[in-house]
Design a protein around this ligand. Structure first.
Ligand SMILES: *Cc1c(COP(=O)(O)O)cnc(C)c1O
Length: 376
């Protein structure tokens, strides 16, 4: 048996009959950039997330940039970001000319630890970015309290967490502005690049729309500085179709996670991800921790398990093997190994098992069998 890390073809096959006519329509109508399918998708995505506005963009990275840009973040400002995230969370700050300031994650949720945020605030701090990592909402109530107390903006990087919930409410409108990615491998993925911001703030929505389209509301009238961050018509059409299936796919991911828990909870050598009591996890990733052995590097046992799975045709991933504060591009910020122990432990022991809605019980049983064999 062969188990890929994710299987985009299986999903494409299941919606091919629905999605191809929509792509065909875009081509027939020559609405290649923005256009009706994109605007329809924006309206639907906003309402699904309980947000007043959605602005469709060219990628999630661009979403992080637009969000901070629209808030007026710039040179000399500091933006608080979890050390445990994908690099694109930090590009939002750096593209605005601001400095990212890292904070460690919570050992259970793997998201930014609200208890550690206040120590990172300086007079230059302007915003906090809460990443809903791996599909689980960050702890938004304490983060909103801190943001309010210190008069900071709060953003959500929701790239991995479409339809995730916090205390019974969908994320995406739980802060000033949220950023989404529709990269093909995300829980809601386009057939190319795509992203969006959602917000309840009218002014931020208007500014984001202007930044997306050369800084103006109409052609050749540029009121503010901008960029070209427009979504393509085909991506809007694809996302419009796929949005109708997202609840079902989210249920599929949660079924897979539940099955992993049932099959793997008896193994002492691994720690399964924790679903926090405030969260409805949408399992973009299923990250386990493989405990190390005395007298060897902390990565060694994890790396052996990954190789063992690979030898048995089971793909797995590392999210993320090198935390942001250890990246060469941020060497100038002066961080060192040891600054964020929880993030570092996860980087060295974390292993992401295959996760996508179409995984079968047969495949999951096979994975479990091979993991058990390793720990015997
Ligand atoms: C994927 C991702 C992004 C970037 O999205 P793109 O659409 O690939 O630019 C940003 N933040 C996080 C946490 C991500 O996982």
């Amino acid at each position: 048996m062969k188990v890929p890390f994710l299987d985009l073809k299986a999903q494409y096959n299941s919606i091919k009959d629905e999605v191809l006519p929509e792509i065909h329509n875009v081509l027939e109508n020559t609405a290649y950039v923005l256009g009706k399918p994109v605007f329809d998708f924006e309206a639907k995505f906003a309402s699904e997330n309980g947000a007043k506005h959605c602005v469709a963009l060219s990628s999630g990275t661009d979403g992080n940039h637009v969000a901070l840009w629209a808030l007026g973040i710039g040179a000399g400002d500091e933006v608080i970001i979890p050390a445990n995230t994908f690099i694109a969370t930090a590009w939002g700050a750096t593209l605005c000319g601001a400095t990212p300031v890292f904070v460690d994650c919570d050992p259970e949720s793997y998201n930014i630890d609200p208890k550690k945020v206040e120590a990172a605030i300086t007079p230059k701090t302007k915003a906090i970015v809460a990443v809903h990592l791996y599909g689980q909402a960050a702890d938004m109530d304490p983060l909103n309290e801190i943001a309010k107390k210190h008069k900071l903006f709060l953003l959500e990087d929701a790239a991995q967490s479409h339809f995730a919930e916090y205390k019974g409410k969908r994320i995406g409108a739980l802060s000033d502005i949220a950023s989404y990615s529709f990269y093909p491998g995300k829980n809601l993925g386009a057939y190319g690049e795509g992203g969006a911001i959602t917000t309840n703030n009218d002014e931020l929505a208007t500014t984001s729309k202007m930044i997306r389209d050369h800084g103006g509301k109409e052609k050749y009238n540029h009121e503010i500085l901008g960029h070209n961050y427009r979504m393509e018509g085909i991506q809007g059409a694809v996302l419009g179709v796929k949005l109708n299936h997202l609840n079902k796919w989210t249920d599929g991911r949660r079924r897979v996670a539940a099955k992993y828990r049932e099959l793997l909870s008896d193994i002492d050598g691994i720690k399964l991800p924790t679903e926090m009591d405030y969260a409805k996890h949408v399992y973009h990733l299923f990250v386990i921790q493989v405990k190390g052995k005395d007298g060897e590097a902390r990565t060694a046992n994890r790396d052996r398990l990954q190789k063992h799975l690979g030898d048995n045709d089971i793909a797995s991933g590392l999210h993320y093997p090198l935390p942001l504060h250890q990246q060469k591009c941020f060497a100038g910020l002066g961080y060192k190994y040891g600054d964020f122990p929880i993030t570092e432990e996860l980087a060295e022991q974390g292993l992401s098992l295959p996760m996508y809605p179409e995984l079968t019980d047969e495949q999951l049983n096979y994975i479990s069998e091979k993991v058990h064999a390793f720990f015997k």
